[in-house]
Ligand binder design. Structure first.
Ligand SMILES: *Cc1c(COP(=O)(O)O)cnc(C)c1O
Length: 419
C-alpha cells in the first residue's frame, strides 16, 4: 500500500498534488511519501515482533539523507556497502552500533574508517578480506566484530543480475568452506567472531529460497557452536520483493516473518535484517513530462524527459514500472506504445508495447515503485544534471536533493596546464 492516490482524476502524493510540485520544481523529479516510508518500515518491524532484532536498512536502495533520517527516527540501523554509505548513515543520525558493513570489495581505507567508527559488524566475504581486516584492526589496536557471509547455494528465483546466493555468484564464502574459515578466524588477532550472515538476492517473490537459505545458515550456527564458537548474531539479509504491477503480489512481510520464525526457532541469536527495496520501493515515484509523441511505421513512441540515467532499472534488469498519468484524460485512446527517454542509447526504453492512454506532449507521467534503486543508481550520462528529489509529508513537501546545475555538473572538471 502506498500514499500515491487519485483525487478527482489528479494524482496526489499524500495531500499534495503532483502537478503542483512539478510546477514548482520542474520535471523530471523523484517524489517520496513519508507516510509510505514509515508505514513500510513499521509493517516490516511489527511483522517480526522481535524487539531485539536489528533492522539495518540497506542504504544502497536509496541513500538520500532525508530518507535515511526518516528511517533513523523510526529506529532503523543501516546495512552499508561502502565508506560513502557509512558516512551517509552517520550523517543521518544512525548509531555506529546499528551499522553492518557488507560487500565483496571492502578497501583498506573503508575498513579503517569503519573500525574508527566502531560499527556493529563486518560481514566478511572472503578469506583474503578476513586477513586484511585482521591486519588493519590489530595495527589500529581495535577488534573487528565479524560475521562471515556464507553463500548457501540456493537458487533465489529472481533476475540473474540481482541473484547473489548461488555458488557461481561472487558473493560470500561457500557454505562448505565456512567451518574451516571460522576456525581460522578464531585464531586471528583483531577479529572477534560474533555471527553468521547470508543474503541471497533481491526482489524475491517466492519464500521457498529464503526458507532453504535460512535453514542452511541455522544449521551452520549449530555446528559452529558445537565446535565452541560463541555465535550471537544471525544476519538474514534483505531481498523481499515488492509488487511492480506486472506480476502476482509478492509475499507480505508477515509471511516472510513466519518463515524466519520457523527457521530460527530456538537459535537464540540477535537477528539482523537488511531490507532495502521492501522499505523504499513503493514509497517513491518518478515524475516525468512527455516531450514528444512520435510515430514510426510500426511504433508509437512517447518520448519523456526522464532517461535511463535517471532510472536505470528498466534497461539494466528489464524491470517493469507501472506508468500512470498525473491527470487522467478519460477521452484519450488506449493503445500500445513505447515509452522512451532522450538518452542516445537504444536501450533507453522504459516500456515497450505498453498499453496506455496515449498522452500528449506536455502531459505528466509517473513511473511508480521507483523509490528503490532509482535515484541511488542515477548518473549524469549525456551530461544530464542529476534530478531533484522531493519528500512529501502530509500536506507539506520539500526538495530533499536539489537539481544539479550545469555549473555543478562541470565542477569536478579541471584543465591541465597545457590547455
Ligand atoms: C542489496 C543488498 C540488500 C538489500 O536488498 P533488497 O532487495 O533491497 O532488500 C541487503 N543486503 C545486502 C548484502 C545487499 O547487497
Amino acid at each position: 500500500m502506498d500514499h500515491f492516490t487519485y483525487k478527482n482524476g489528479a494524482l496526489y502524493a499524500e495531500d499534495v498534488a503532483l502537478a503542483d510540485i512539478a510546477k514548482a520544481v520542474g520535471t523530471p523529479f523523484y517524489c517520496y511519501s513519508t507516510a509510505t516510508l514509515v508505514r513500510h518500515f513499521r509493517v516490516f518491524k511489527e511483522a517480526l515482533a522481535d524487539n531485539n532484532a536489528l533492522i539495518a536498512y540497506a542504504v544502497k536502495a536509496n541513500d538520500t539523507l532525508a530518507v535515511l533520517k526518516t528511517l533513523a527516527q523510526e529506529g532503523s540501523g543501516a546495512d552499508v556497502v561502502s565508506g560513502g554509505e557509512i558516512h551517509a548513515a552517520l550523517a543521518a543520525g544512525i548509531a555506529p552500533r546499528s551499522i553492518v558493513f557488507s560487500g565483496v570489495g571492502k578497501t583498506r581505507a573503508e575498513m579503517e574508517y569503519a573500525l574508527s567508527q566502531d560499527i556493529f559488524q563486518f560481514n566478511v566475504e572472503s578469506e583474503a578480506e578476513l586477513h586484511l581486516l585482521s591486519t588493519i584492526a590489530s595495527s589500529l589496536k581495535k577488534t573487528a566484530p565479524i560475521a562471515l557471509r556464507v553463500n548457501p547455494d540456493v537458487i533465489p528465483q529472481t533476475h540473474a543480475k540481482i541473484s547473489t546466493g548461488q555458488k557461481e555468484s561472487k558473493f560470500g564464502v561457500p557454505i562448505g568452506e565456512a567451518l574451516a574459515l571460522y576456525a581460522n578466524a578464531a585464531q586471528l588477532p583483531g577479529i572477534n567472531v560474533q555471527g553468521v550472515s547470508v543474503h541471497i538476492g533481491s526482489q524475491l517473490t517466492n519464500l521457498a529460497p529464503f526458507a532453504s537459505a535460512f535453514g542452511r545458515v541455522v544449521e551452520l550456527v549449530r555446528e559452529l557452536r558445537k565446535n565452541g564458537s560463541a555465535i550471537t548474531t544471525l544476519d538474514l539479509g534483505g531481498g523481499l520483493g515488492i509488487p511492480y504491477g506486472n506480476t502476482d503480489a509478492p509475499p507480505l512481510p508477515e509471511a516472510y516473518a513466519e518463515i524466519v520464525k520457523t527457521a530460527t526457532k530456538g537459535v537464540d541469536c540477535r537477528l539482523i535484517f537488511e531490507p532495502g527495496r521492501v522499505i523504499v520501493g513503493n514509497a517513491g515515484i518518478l515524475v516525468t513530462e512527455v516531450i514528444y509523441v512520435k510515430h514510426s511505421e510500426t511504433r508509437r513512441f512517447i518520448i519523456v524527459d526522464a532517461g535511463m540515467n535517471d532510472l536505470a532499472r528498466p534497461t539494466l534488469y528489464n524491470a517493469w514500472h507501472d506508468i500512470v498519468p498525473v491527470k487522467v484524460d478519460e477521452n484519450a485512446k488506449t493503445e500500445r506504445v513505447d515509452v522512451v527517454g532522450p538518452v542516445c542509447e537504444t536501450g533507453d526504453i522504459f516500456a515497450s508495447d505498453r498499453l496506455l492512454r496515449v498522452p500528449n506532449a506536455g502531459d505528466l507521467l509517473v513511473f511508480r515503485s521507483a523509490g528503490a534503486y532509482g535515484a541511488s543508481m542515477a548518473s549524469t550520462y549525456n551530461a544530464r544534471p542529476l534530478i531533484p528529489e522531493v519528500m512529501v509529508n502530509g500536506g507539506e513537501y520539500a526538495v530533499v536533493r536539489k537539481r544539479q546545475t550545469y555549473e555543478e555538473l562541470m565542477q569536478r572538471d579541471m584543465l591541465p596546464d597545457w590547455l
